[in-house]
Design a protein around this ligand. Structure first.
Ligand SMILES: O=C(O)CCC(=O)C(=O)O
Ligand SMILES: [Fe+2]
Length: 306
């Protein structure tokens, strides 16, 4: 689901001086959310685009969207914060931006490091379909990736798959195995706003599609020791996820928002030869997590209480 920004809205956003944001702990302050919403709502067709975005993320069969902010990135540049404030404003229309990592800024850099574990964020390899913070009891409801620079060598397709649709295609026995707390992945250290460490966890928690998470990362197939039957069930799910996946290349200024209760995400390998690309030219994404509001609706406090 790609959402273009109408040119009259782009023109208004380029001229809109959103102030720097404030944080309340590790979350975007409510005062900033209200200020951004008020300023953005005054721009022509903003509410229409916000409604389209909300629908793309929550409709049946939906669960991700790409906002095409490339013209705004080009017009504003990406260095002085104005572009990032607009992206933060779009994010705040969906849910509350927060950082689970207390020592990091709200937006986390995902650059390219040639010597890092290739399958992890910032690595150069295949980053298999996963949920972010899969081993937290309360993972972020949304994970978002803002592309500032695609891989100049042409690799790094984004991959997405409808997790509940993949589960539906599995056998009943397989699904039963996935409801057992027999899975674990990764470490859990110094995280905020995402609950406790969940270990071991079940992949399926019996919730309706769109309610519960499909708590899954294909990375655990290789990186965690799992009991044989449970590992096989996880492998079948991974295969169905890949069968149903879509892939596309994020362009500069594209803002991918993923509803983690519906879709899993990942990335194909970057193109070979990354060590010949100068660091400032390498692929660069910024990542931001969002926590849904209690009513699950868009952030329209001023509209609910006019
Ligand atoms: O590099 C990408 O496109 C995805 C990175 C990712 O999913 C992550 O870091 O959690
Ligand atoms: Fe991720």
């Amino acid at each position: 689901m790609f959402i273009d920004i109408p040119s009259e809205l782009e023109d208004a956003l380029i001229d809109l001086p959103l102030p720097p944001w404030d944080l309340d702990g590790s979350a975007l302050a409510q005062s900033t959310i209200e200020r951004y919403q008020t300023d953005l709502a005054a721009a022509p067709r903003f509410e229409e685009i916000a409604a389209t975005l909300h629908h793309a993320l929550t409709r049946e069969g939906g669960g991700y969207a790409v906002l095409r902010l490339g013209n705004l990135a080009k017009a504003l540049g990406t260095d002085d914060g104005r572009f990032l404030r607009l992206a933060t404003g779009f994010a705040a229309e969906v849910a509350v931006p927060f950082s689970p990592f207390p020592r990091w800024p709200l937006w986390k850099d995902i650059g390219v490091k040639v010597d890092k574990d290739p399958g992890r964020s910032s690595g150069i390899g295949y980053n298999a379909l996963h949920m972010d913070l899969v081993n937290a009891s309360l993972p972020p409801d949304f994970t978002t990736l803002l592309c500032l620079r695609p891989d100049p060598l042409g690799g790094g397709l984004s991959i997405l798959s409808d997790a509940h649709a993949a589960v539906e295609r599995l056998s009943k026995d397989c699904r039963t195995l996935l409801t057992k707390p027999a899975y674990h992945y990764g470490t859990f250290f110094d995280l905020h706003g995402v609950g406790e460490e969940y270990k071991p966890f079940p992949v399926l928690d019996g919730s309706d599609p769109g309610e519960g998470f499909v708590r899954f990362t294909a990375k655990m197939l290789e990186r965690s020791q799992l009991a044989t039957a449970h590992a096989h069930a996880a492998q079948e799910l991974a295969a169905e996820l890949v069968r149903g996946q879509v892939s596309f290349m994020l362009q500069a200024g594209d803002y991918l928002i993923v509803n983690q209760r519906r879709f899993l995400h990942g990335r194909e390998a970057l193109h070979s030869g990354q060590d010949s690309v100068a660091v400032p030219d390498r692929r660069l994404l910024l990542q931001l997590f969002l926590r849904a509001r209690a009513d699950n609706g868009p952030a329209r406090s001023r509209r609910r209480h006019p």
